[in-house]
Design a protein around this ligand. Structure first.
Ligand SMILES: C[S@@+](CC[C@H](N)C(=O)[O-])C[C@H]1O[C@@H](n2cnc3c(N)ncnc32)[C@H](O)[C@@H]1O
Length: 245
C-alpha cells in the first residue's frame, strides 16, 4: 500500500461523513444530510397545506433532515415545541473534561429518548460531532461544577444516579430507577470524578462479561436510558420506526 496516497488516487465516495466539521463550526451545520443517505422528501406539491408549523423553505426545497416522517416540513421551533409537550422526566448529565466525542453520541440518544434536558458539567464547549445536530431539538444546560448540578437537581426534584462501574456500584439491571432521574456519566478518560460520584444518591454499573474494564460513555448512556425507559416510558407513546405515528 502506498502512503501517502498517490495524488491521482480517486476521491472516496461521498458519505454522511462529509458533514463532519470542526467543533467550532457546528452552529452553522445545516440540519440536513445528503438525500442518498436519509430517505427525505422532495418539494411539497402545490397547493401547500395551511399549517403554521410548516416551513415554507422546506416546502419549496424538500426536507432531508434526519427527523421522523411526522415532522417532515415542520420548522425546528415547531418540532421542539411538540417534543416539549411530552418530554420524559429523565435528565442526563455528562462530565466534559476532555472534549470527548462520546458527548455528541450521548446527546443524540438523549434526543431519541426525548429527555427533559442534557447537562454538560465542566467545560462549557462540548464536542458536538456525534450529535448530528440533534441538540437543536433538546434543552442543553451547562454547569461549572458538580455542586451546581446538585443544586439544580435539589431545586427541580431530580435524584442523581451515577452510572459508572466504580467500587460500591450495584448492577443497573436489577435497580429500581426513580422516575425523576438525573443519570450522571463520567468522561471517557477518567470516569466519574470523586466529587460528582459523592453527589449521587447511588452508583449503578452495567454488568459486563468480557475483558475490557469499561464500555464507552456513549454506549453506557444508551443502555442506561433504555433501562430507564423500560421502567418508566410508555412504549405506546413512542415510535419503533421513523415512519411510525
Ligand atoms: C471509559 S468509562 C471510564 C472509566 C471506568 N470507570 C473504568 O474504570 O475504566 C467512561 C464512562 O462510561 C460509563 N461506563 C463505562 N462502562 C460502564 C459500566 N460498565 N457501567 C456503568 N457505566 C459505565 C461511565 O459513566 C464512565 O464514567
Amino acid at each position: 500500500m502506498c502512503w501517502p496516497p498517490l495524488p491521482n488516487r480517486p476521491e472516496p465516495p461521498k458519505s454522511a461523513y462529509a458533514l463532519r466539521v470542526s467543533d467550532d463550526q457546528t452552529e452553522n451545520v445545516p440540519d440536513r444530510v445528503p438525500a442518498e443517505h436519509v430517505p427525505g422528501v422532495g418539494p411539497h406539491p402545490q397547493p401547500w397545506p395551511d399549517d403554521p408549523r410548516l416551513d415554507p423553505e422546506l416546502l419549496a426545497a424538500g426536507d432531508t433532515r434526519n427527523v421522523l416522517d411526522r415532522y417532515r416540513y415542520w420548522t425546528l421551533a415547531a418540532i421542539r415545541a411538540d417534543l416539549d409537550t411530552r418530554r420524559h422526566p429523565l435528565r442526563i448529565a455528562i462530565q466534559n473534561w476532555s472534549h470527548d466525542f462520546n458527548i455528541g453520541s450521548v446527546v443524540r440518544t438523549a434526543n431519541a429518548f426525548n429527555v427533559a434536558g442534557v447537562h454538560i458539567v465542566g467545560k462549557r464547549r462540548w464536542n458536538r460531532r456525534g450529535a448530528m445536530v440533534t441538540d437543536r431539538y433538546l434543552h442543553v444546560l451547562h454547569h461549572e461544577s458538580a455542586a451546581e448540578l446538585a443544586a439544580f437537581c435539589a431545586e427541580h426534584g431530580y435524584t442523581m444516579i451515577g452510572i459508572d462501574n466504580l467500587p460500591g456500584s450495584v448492577p443497573l439491571e436489577t435497580a429500581a430507577l426513580p422516575e425523576a432521574a438525573m443519570l450522571v456519566f463520567g468522561s471517557e478518560t477518567s470516569g466519574l470524578t470523586d466529587e460528582l460520584a459523592a453527589a449521587c444518591t447511588q452508583l449503578l454499573a452495567i454488568t459486563q462479561y468480557g475483558s475490557t474494564r469499561s464500555i464507552n460513555a456513549g454506549a453506557a448512556a444508551a443502555i442506561a436510558m433504555y433501562a430507564w425507559a423500560q421502567q418508566w416510558a410508555d412504549p405506546g407513546s413512542g415510535v419503533a420506526h421513523p415512519g411510525g405515528n
